[in-house]
Design a protein around this ligand. Structure first.
Ligand code: HEM
Length: 195
């Protein structure tokens, strides 16, 4: 069977042909997630530290709500990605760079899809209600003070700081391609130019 070795590692649906570039929807979803994640990190910096005696506060509730929203948008994005696969377009890059670009994207999906559950477990263990923008109340998923859920919270926090470092690397690589290599890697994620 012939395989496209350029195809992205997030397994595409067998029948869907690979598009040449990102669809407008994929671009919108990408920049929406950028905006939400940056807002989430700003909230994370500003919110009070969560400990045994933390009482619910606005910034903490906002952190939970944005976290759930980011998770939902990423699920939509992953679905879109699997239905509309896009090949990696770095023909002149060394193999390690192509590998790094794919590994980075897989890590992003993993962190943003698994991480929120660890935070949710920690919220339950701290007896903090998760009520998404005051509209949808989520149930507790861990008992108060459950050891595993407190550990999950620590992992959540470390994971998200690793996420921030990866985001910086990802953005730095895109800018390096744009300004130094002058290839079309960044352009692929920007609005199409009018001819
Ligand atoms: C992509 C989404 C998310 C990101 C980027 C994120 C980011 C972070 C960061 C950076 C911290 C550390 C804050 C600090 O050390 O001062 C943190 C802590 C925390 N987050 Fe999130 N978070 C996300 C989603 C969620 C969700 C959905 C929940 C709950 C429903 C949540 C609950 C918590 C809790 C309880 C802590 C404190 C953990 C502990 O120290 O035990 N987070 N988050």
């Amino acid at each position: 069977m012939l395989r496209d070795h350029n195809a992205h590692s997030i397994a595409p649906a067998q029948s869907a042909p690979a598009a040449q570039g990102y669809s407008p929807a994929a671009k919108w979803l990408h920049w929406l997630v950028v905006l939400l994640v940056l807002t989430q990190f700003l909230i994370s910096f500003l919110m009070p530290e969560i400990g045994p005696n933390t009482v619910p506060a606005t910034l903490i509730s906002l952190h939970f709500s944005f976290g759930v929203l980011i998770f939902i948008v990423m699920v939509i994005r992953l679905n879109h990605r699997l239905l509309h696969p896009v090949p990696l377009d770095m023909p002149d890059s060394p193999a390690w760079e192509r590998w790094a670009a794919q590994a980075m994207q897989l890590a992003f999906y993993f962190i943003v899809l698994a991480g929120p559950f660890l935070g949710w477990a920690s919220a339950s263990a701290h007896k903090l209600a998760v009520n998404v923008f005051g509209i949808i109340a989520l149930p507790d998923i861990a008992a108060t003070h459950a050891r595993w859920a407190l550990t999950a919270g620590d992992i959540h926090a470390y994971m998200m700081w690793v996420f921030l470092v990866l985001i910086a690397g990802h953005a730095g690589a895109a800018l390096y391609h744009h300004f130094f290599l002058r290839d079309g890697v960044l352009q692929r994620m920007l609005p199409a130019r009018r001819k």
